[in-house]
Structures are given as C-alpha cells and as structure tokens.
Write a protein that binds this ligand. Structure first.
Ligand code: SAH
Length: 457
C-alpha cells in the first residue's frame, strides 16, 4: 500500500492509452503524466484510483533525448496538452508507436505509416470553450476545464488558440467586471455567464462568439455586444445561447442571434462552408485538408461510384469528393449540421449530394432492408466509434470500399476487428496529426473485401 505524498521511484514501463506513464513499486501500479517510456523518474503519490495510484512527476533522473522544456506555464495543471514535454519528432514517434501497438494487440496486420505532421503545430484550434470563476479577491478569471473534472484552470494565453481569440476572452473578462456580469457557479447554480464558445474561421479570419447564459434574459446585452464588436471587427456574429440545466453539456437548446448571421463562414479544400454553433467542424483547418486529401487519394475512384458519407457533420468530406464520383449521400444525426450541409451544397453548387438527418445505424438498417447499395462507404464516427447495428448492415451491403476515418483509433481498431470477420481488411493505417501537443491522433484506413477468415466467424 502506498501512502499519499509518499515519494516513489521507478522506470516507466509503457505509456497507457490515456497518456499516463506506468511503473510499478512492488506490485503497486503508479501512473504519472508527462514522461517517456524507459525514463527513470521520481514521483509523489497523489491519490488512489481503480487502476492504481496517480502520482505527480517531481524529477526525471534519466531523460529521454526527445524531452524538452514545456513552453506553457500551466502545462502541468491544465491537462489539455499532454505532450508539450516532447519535441516534434518524439511526438510523432510516440503516436506512431501507439498505433503500431494497437494494431498488433488487435491482430490487425496493418502497415502503420509515418504520421503526417504539421509544420507549425501551434495556434491551430478553431474552436474554444472557456469557463469563468472568481479568484480569492473576487476578480473574474477565464479558464479551461481541467481534464476529467469541472475545475477551471485560469489562463492568459494558450499555445493552441489563435492569439486574437485569447484577446477576445481577455476583453470579455474585463467587460464582465465593468458591467457586473457574474460568472456562473456550478455548485450554487447561480450567476449569469456559463461559458463562451469561440469559433475562428482560419481562412476567412471571421469569428463567432457564443455566450452561454444561465437565464433567458441577458441584462447588459447591448453594451456588452457593442463594446466587443467595437474592439474586434473580426467578430462577425454573436449568439446568445440559454442553458439553465444542471449539466456539463456546454450548449442549451435555445438560441438568439444578437449580432450578424448566427453562423460563420470558412473555406476548406476550396469550398465555402457555413458553420452554426452546434455543428461539428474539424478543429484543425490545415490538417483537415491533409486528412481529406489522404482519404480521397486512398480510394480508387472511377467517377461512377455511389458514396455514403456516414457521420457527415456539415458535409465536408462528401462535398470535397463529390466531383470525383456519381452521387453522395450524407447521413448525420445533428439537425443543425444537416441544415448547414444542405445550404453548403447549394452555396457551392454541388448538385450530386443529398443529406439525411438520421442516426447512422438506423439509416443503415433501413437502407439494407430496401436493398440499397453503395460502392463506397465513408465512416467518420465520434470518439465512441460505430456499433454493431451499423457494422452488420454495412457488411451486408457489400460496398467495394470502406474508408474508415477516426479520431479514436481504439474504437476504430475494435470496429475493424468486427469488419475483418466479414472479410473487410486493409493494408495500411495512416495517422494524421490533427491535434499536435495532445495525445490524440486521427487515423484513416481503407478496407476492402479480402479473403474471409472462416475460422473467426
Ligand atoms: N465527417 C465530419 C464529422 C465527423 S465528427 C467531418 O469531417 O467534419 C462525427 C459526427 O458524427 C458529428 O457531426 C456528430 O454529430 C455525428 N454523429 C454522432 N453520432 C451519430 C449517429 N449516431 N448517427 C449519425 N451521426 C452521428
């Protein structure tokens, strides 16, 4: 049994899927952040959790050559960036090795390619969610939510945000003080401003500000909006979102446009998109273009294909390849995203694409029942991955090619194991670093019908 605050030493055996370094003290498992495999470390025990003991890193005795000094003063506390202690090469090696291990453990014989990285891996996030609180002196602070908790970690500048967005947050804090707008207190369920969501159009430079408030009326609304617009002409729309529920979900259902059109516009892969507050939009503009191009290049297209873009968001993948195929159908559960997608097809004059608002699995089941066929199915599910209903309908539909794009290779590998049982196998896994400095990575795999492994069925 280890005690709280006890200092322990060890050699990092491996990094787990959450990015924790793991070492053992006798039989006790210790988890410590911001380390490399094989490093010799000293750590202070913080608490016991189901998996073992969580410890705080206090010293690295034998450093990995890729270790660097993290360029952020709140790196230890914040938890959003997991890998700022690694240089760029170490980060991409780390991500590639994680993928190799995943595929090996899952017995998927995929060749894991070198990760496609970003040249300037900072300031890439185009969406930010900020919370507010008061410090001991009753001054308002803006911050991020600590990983796995509701605690706000105050910040001034973030290495992942566009600088102008941090300036806007700073101005919002000063306006809150001036106009006496109280930050929402989760435990007491009082206060006005719960969160601010910012969306930044990388190509357009336009910014959307969503003010999430805890009641229907926003008393100092006019002054707040005017002052913000005056200082930041790049803000092209401001939306009031009402969320009075006891929930950690950021956005409520009701919205009111306070200024502008209520959405922003951006250009991606040469096409124009409108994006509303609740629609999903890939958070790294530059790498999304790399990701989509990689996926399109992996597919073998003749121009005659009927393509399903499942989990399509605002339609970006399907729209990017519509000119290379006969027809695309996009399926997406979020109705705001589907509305955006329909408008986006019109704006860009893409005529061979259609969007359906439905649960992807329910849609697949119905499509299978009416014997609808697709030559190519692109699937890009959320982190939880797909499910058996979707996958079983998919294999019954017998598409020639399945392009599986994922922001969580763990669930992707799980789903690919299922697909392999029905003969769908891939040659290679391509990682694209959409989230530099964090331990996340996006992956693309092209699957097609190979030999059915009858033993596994
Ligand atoms: N392909 C898009 C979006 C990927 S994110 C892009 O590249 O931008 C995953 C999307 O799946 C989100 O838009 C989310 O709203 C949607 N989604 C989540 N669960 C779903 C379900 N059960 N059925 C259909 N879409 C779903």
């Amino acid at each position: 049994m280890l005690k709280e605050k006890q200092i322990v030493k060890g050699n990092i055996q491996f990094i787990d899927e959450d990015g924790n370094g793991v070492f053992y003290v006798g039989k006790d498992k210790v988890l410590v952040r911001h380390v490399f495999e094989k490093e010799q470390v000293q750590a202070r025990i913080q608490k016991r959790i189901q998996k073992g003991y969580v410890a705080e890193l206090i010293r690295v005795d034998q450093k990995h050559p890729g270790r660097i000094k993290p360029a952020c003063p709140i790196f230890e506390k914040c938890g959003s960036c997991h890998l700022l202690h690694m240089d760029a090469k170490a980060q991409s090696d780390f991500k590639k090795n994680q993928l190799i291990k995943l595929c090996k453990d899952a017995k998927l014989p995929l060749q894991v390619k070198d990760i496609l990285t970003m040249e300037e891996p900072y300031h890439y996030r185009n969406k930010m969610i900020i919370g507010f609180q008061k410090d001991r002196n009753r001054h308002i602070q803006a911050g991020f939510y600590e990983e796995f908790s509701h605690k706000i970690i105050p910040y001034k500048r973030c290495l992942l945000h566009p600088e102008i967005c941090d300036e806007i947050v700073e101005e919002i804090v000063s306006l809150m003080e001036k106009l006496r707008i109280e930050p929402y207190e989760e435990d007491k369920r009082r206060g006005l401003l719960r969160h601010v969501l910012l969306r930044y159009g990388k190509q357009s430079g336009k910014i959307m500000v969503v003010l999430v408030i805890n009641q229907n009326v926003f008393p100092a609304r006019k002054n707040f909006v005017n002052a913000l617009l005056h200082k930041f002409p790049n803000i092209t729309t401001i939306v009031q979102n009402v969320n009075t529920r006891k929930t950690s979900v950021v956005l409520g259902d009701q919205e009111r446009v306070l200024y502008g059109k209520g959405y922003i516009e951006d250009t991606l892969c040469g096409l124009k998109y409108r994006i509303s507050s609740k629609s999903f939009y890939q958070i790294n503009h530059e790498q999304t273009q790399v990701l989509y191009q990689t996926g399109i290049d992996m597919l073998e297209l003749t121009g005659n294909e009927k393509v399903l873009d499942a989990y399509c968001g605002i339609g970006t993948i399907g729209m990017s390849m519509a000119h290379k195929v006969k027809q695309v159908i996009g399926v997406e559960i979020n109705k705001d995203a589907v509305n955006d997608a329909i408008v986006n097809a019109k704006i860009n004059d893409v005529k061979n694409i259609r969007f359906i608002c439905d649960d992807a699995s329910a849609y697949m089941k119905k499509a299978q029942q009416r014997k609808e066929r697709f030559d190519v199915v692109i699937m890009d599910p959320p982190r939880s991955g797909s499910n058996e209903q979707f996958l079983s309908a998919l294999v019954n539909m017998k598409p020639k090619q399945i392009l599986y794009i994922s922001c969580n290779p763990i669930t992707q590998v799980r789903d690919m194991q299922y697909l392999k049982r029905f003969g769908y196998v891939g040659d290679a896994m391509q990682g694209v670093d959409m989230f530099p400095n964090t331990n996340h990575v996006e992956t693309v795999v092209l699957l097609s019908k190979g030999e059915v492994d009858s033993k596994k069925i």
